[in-house]
Design a protein around this ligand. Structure first.
Ligand code: NAP
Length: 298
């Protein structure tokens, strides 16, 4: 039997509609809309295309979007001053610095300079701490893990008491999603295991998973026999495995052997069109939340 497809492209549309509606209501009642600034350093083509998509999405949901492009040779002091300016700008609710940053700039110093209450990427240590504590403390869950949790919930997958196995322990995906799934509360309450390159029996752990979340960056790492029949499989991996000569576009594969896995799992995310579209969507949700916190609506 073929698994139910959990499509990020469809869930994105649902969430963006909800955000657009809420933005319009807040504008009506309070006369303000969320403000997001995207700071882009230099002309890295991948960064430029990510930022373009963020700007387009921000406009679509009715935000004020400030695009601040800076030269590749910007000094660390000048970038810190720029962040300070937006930290103190009342019309800005979210500050996004597009990574990677040039060599002369200390990435950690820059990200830590963002006001935690405008850190809509959720990477500031204060927000990482808030996420760890959980419950009402959480302000801005990092966008990709937040998107993963949202997909699991909207697909109607039971998380309470579920065995969740997370492959990968990065700070942007593995560790935060593991932490989110073990919290006390809706969409969580799971029993969580994190596995990585030093794990002894990777297959054995995966086979126990009611919800298997894979963020390793290794195409086809998860074999069909590692998947528990009927489980939910979330494939975060985005791997370029070649180029389509006709379209000139990259051929993308996930970390899971999708064709075989979909015959065993109960539900599964495709690559592309699965987790990918959720990240920018959750960035919009966090920026809206930031304004709501400021207005006392959240
Ligand atoms: P990362 O920082 O490279 O971390 C990869 C993790 O996977 C590490 O913890 C690593 O273990 C583990 N790992 C790698 N190979 C493994 C193996 N053979 N067996 C077991 N564990 C293994 O990667 P990331 O930033 O989390 O990203 C992971 C994947 O998700 C990438 O393909 C990335 O492109 C994708 N991604 C997608 C989105 C999106 O769709 N929006 C967002 C973020 C990332 P060690 O710690 O032991 O090295």
């Amino acid at each position: 039997m073929s698994a139910k497809l959990i499509k990020g492209t469809e869930i994105r549309e649902e969430i963006l509609e909800e955000i657009t509606k809420e933005v319009a209501e807040i504008k009506d009642k309070h006369g303000v809309v969320p403000g997001l600034v995207t700071i882009l350093i230099g002309e890295n083509p991948a960064s430029m295309s990510y930022v373009t998509l963020k700007i387009k999405t921000a406009h679509r949901v009715g935000f004020t979007e400030v695009q601040d492009s800076q030269p590749e040779d910007i000094s660390e002091a000048d970038l810190l001053a720029l962040i300070d300016k937006y930290n103190n700008d009342d019309s800005i609710n979210g500050i996004l610095v597009q990574l990677p940053l040039p060599k002369q700039v200390d990435e950690k110093k820059i990200l830590n300079a963002i006001d935690p209450d405008k850190d809509v990427d959720g990477f500031h240590p204060v927000n990482v701490g808030r996420l760890m504590i959980g419950g009402d403390e959480v302000k801005f869950p990092p966008c990709t893990p937040a998107g993963i949790q949202e997909m699991i919930v909207r697909a109607g997958v039971e998380t309470s008491g579920a065995e969740v196995v997370v492959v990968g322990r990065s700070n942007i995906v593995g560790k935060p999603i593991a932490n989110m799934m073990l919290q006390k509360g809706p969409g969580a309450n799971s029993t969580v295991t994190i596995v990585h390159t030093r794990t002894k029996d990777l297959a054995g752990h995966c086979q126990r998973a009611d919800i298997l979340i894979v963020a390793a960056g290794v195409p086809g790492l998860v074999k069909p026999e590692w998947i528990k029949p009927g489980s939910c499989v979330i494939d975060v991996g985005v791997n370029r495995i070649g180029m389509n000569e006709k379209t000139g576009k990259a051929i993308l594969r996930g970390d899971v052997d999708f064709d075989a896995a979909k015959e065993i799992a109960g539900s599964i995310t495709p690559v592309p069109g699965g987790v990918g579209p959720m990240t920018i969507t959750m960035l919009m949700k966090n920026t809206l939340k930031s304004l709501k916190f400021k207005l006392g609506l959240a």
